[in-house]
Write a new protein. Structure first.
Length: 356
């Protein structure tokens, strides 16, 4: 069990909205659980936290987050198995990354122990919202934003940290088609690309929408200076396999250090694969597909976990990998991670945190 480290004031809903949920058609990110966690940072310190009914938050139109983008977030999941046990996957890792993002955007860090404790109490309270269907989980969205009522350009002196949850189904169904983006940039070197900042995602929406209009699920983002090297796939890290070697773009200040990415690479090493974290050129990947040497390409992220990439569009041409049914690693790691998160595999790295 996750230990309780502080006292959170809890205000429960009078009536749960669970009976209104269509559990067979959850989608992703549209259904929200009964409660949310809220705490404010003022006068140089975090104030008393509380869990209260999920609902709207009133704030001034002058708050700093709306004008200067001081807003960060995280994403992680809780999983239920057939025994009714509920586990959260690597919450300390997400807490550490939230604080890394906070530091980059001149925001206050939130104690790791308090972060994990908030998840413990919130998920335990809303445990009936944790589904156990195939591909389903309880998505947890911690986020922090500046709330100073001030339009001068400086770091805010007050913040709100909120955490809500939502039962979700699969993010992607089936194989993914991506398009190499060589005009727009997700993040530049020296910027905030390695922070999970809201502005990074807002800036990517237009190019992503265009790719979807062209018939692709997402983009393969490339570096900002040459557009020759792959960085991420949509909102996920991207990993490739040739034989016994997995290779992926090395984390930098323009590439997010993904929790799923890190987990996949560690397990791959455990299984005896060679893992290379390095620069990966678009040309290298396309030539490998042409020569039938690229065995697999997949996105790795919290929302989708493993998203197999079957088609890569480059300079107007579609390059197709072999059928997913012939892949070796991605199906195996996808199933392994699902079983691990539900407590059905030995947790050799002690990544899971039992809630119930």
């Amino acid at each position: 069990m996750i230990a309780t480290t502080n006292q959170i004031e809890v205000h429960k809903v009078k009536e749960s909205r669970i009976p209104q949920v269509d559990w067979d058609n959850l989608g992703f990110g549209t259904v929200f659980s009964d409660h949310m966690f809220v705490v404010e940072y003022r006068d140089g310190a975090w104030q008393k936290p509380e869990i209260k009914p999920y609902g709207t938050i009133a704030f001034s139109p002058a708050i700093s987050a709306l004008h200067y983008g001081q807003a960060i977030f995280e994403g992680l999941k809780a999983f239920r198995n057939d025994k009714g046990e509920i586990r959260v996957f690597r919450p300390e890792r997400n807490a550490a990354r939230l604080n890394k993002s906070a530091k980059r955007l001149s925001m206050p860090e939130y104690p790791v122990e308090s972060f994990v404790d908030a998840i413990q109490q919130l998920v335990e309270l809303d445990q009936e919202w944790v589904p156990n269907g195939a591909g389903q989980a309880l998505y947890i969205r911690p986020h922090m934003f500046a709330i100073d009522e001030y339009v001068g350009v400086r770091p805010s002196q007050s913040y709100m940290f909120v955490m809500f949850t939502c039962p979700v189904g699969k993010y992607y169904t089936g194989e993914v088609k991506v398009k190499v983006e060589r005009e727009y940039t997700r993040a530049a070197r020296g910027g905030a690309g390695n922070a999970k900042a809201a502005g990074n995602y807002g800036a990517a929406l237009m190019a992503s929408a265009q790719a979807q209009q062209d018939g692709y699920n997402q983009l393969l983002w490339t570096d900002s200076s040459t557009h020759e090297f792959i960085e991420e796939s949509g909102t996920m890290n991207v990993i490739f396999r040739k034989g016994n070697t997995l290779f992926t773009p090395a984390v930098s200040d323009s590439i997010l250090d993904g929790v799923t990415r890190e987990s996949v690479l560690q397990i791959a090493k455990d299984w005896g694969y060679i893992v290379e974290e390095r620069k990966v050129s678009v040309v290298e990947v396309i030539e490998a597909i042409k020569n039938n040497e690229l065995d697999e390409a997949f996105g790795a992220g919290t929302a989708a976990t493993i998203a197999p990439i079957r088609v890569i569009n480059y300079e107007g041409n579609d390059f197709t990998l072999r059928p997913y049914t012939e892949w070796e690693f991605a199906p195996k790691i996808s199933d392994y991670l699902d079983q691990l998160k539900r407590g059905l595999q030995e947790d050799t790295h002690q990544w899971n945190k039992r809630v119930v």
